[in-house]
Design a protein. Sequence first.
Length: 338
Amino acid sequence: MAISALTPPPSPDDVHETLLEFPDNRLLIDLCGEFDRNLAQIEHELSVQILRRGNQLAVIGEDDARTKTAAVLEGLYAKLEAGRAIDAGEIDGEIRMGGSASDTGARAGDQMELFKGGRIEIKTRKKLVEPRTDAQKAYVRSLFAKELAFGIGPAGTGKTYLAVAVGVSMFIEGHVDKIILSRPAVEAGERLGFLPGDMKDKVDPYMQPLYDALGDFLPGKQVAKLIEEKRIEIAPLAFMRGRTLSNAFVVLDEAQNATAMQMKMFLTRLGEGSRMVITGDRSQVDLPRGVTSGLSEAERLLARIDSIAFNYFTAKDVVRHPLVAKIIEAYDKDTPPG
């Protein structure tokens, strides 16, 4: 990548400008987006003005905003040079990371080395996945570095998505022999009644979010084949009892709906050569009133064990629709009458 950046001295009218030059005009068109919508998104988020002049982009604004905008534009251009498409989500991630994703030092090589520093890209069969916030980056590092890690925070922060992505990456590279995905089969405040079909038909609706995540990282036919070969297992938490999970990447999703006994049972399944990830949202407990959440108890009992990583997310880490973060913040601020 050859990008030149020049910061001319302030003009008489005190307008500060950073000039970025992009050698490949075709990639510059993709960087700007249709009707310059990518530039408009960056302008809105960083409070700058971006003007196109031939194969150059002029960034006008405060010093800090111009510096960050330049880093974001360079990071996005580097992705285009690597043959990757950029969309609103990629732009949002680059902005959240302050342009730090433009450091390509860890792009190549074994994924197990990524937690040592530099860029973090999780390689799967269908796509490259990058953390979009500092909390997500720390979470991914801990998934590679620790045998047992917790991801705790609100919906939409990528806890399960990133865990499954790391699991697929480690499976592809041969670090584990199988992927095991589990969650408690607890109804979210609704009575669904008796579901038709065999056991798989009855529990699959509860497991659908895990199937969705896998489908983002592996071709559908490969997922089906690996499930048939039992190299990928998706099962309710109750099915884990009595097993020793060795040489596997194991994810327990929606762990706030596991009872204390279920959580202890699951944690003690960890076998040699395995990694285990526990994800949950303490604000969405669907257990009956008076039943202690296994996630809360595990957090209380295990927080001081150095070899276990606890990673926390807030509404600022939500990577779904921006309105989701505002909804979460509104609920967090509300104090129930008491």
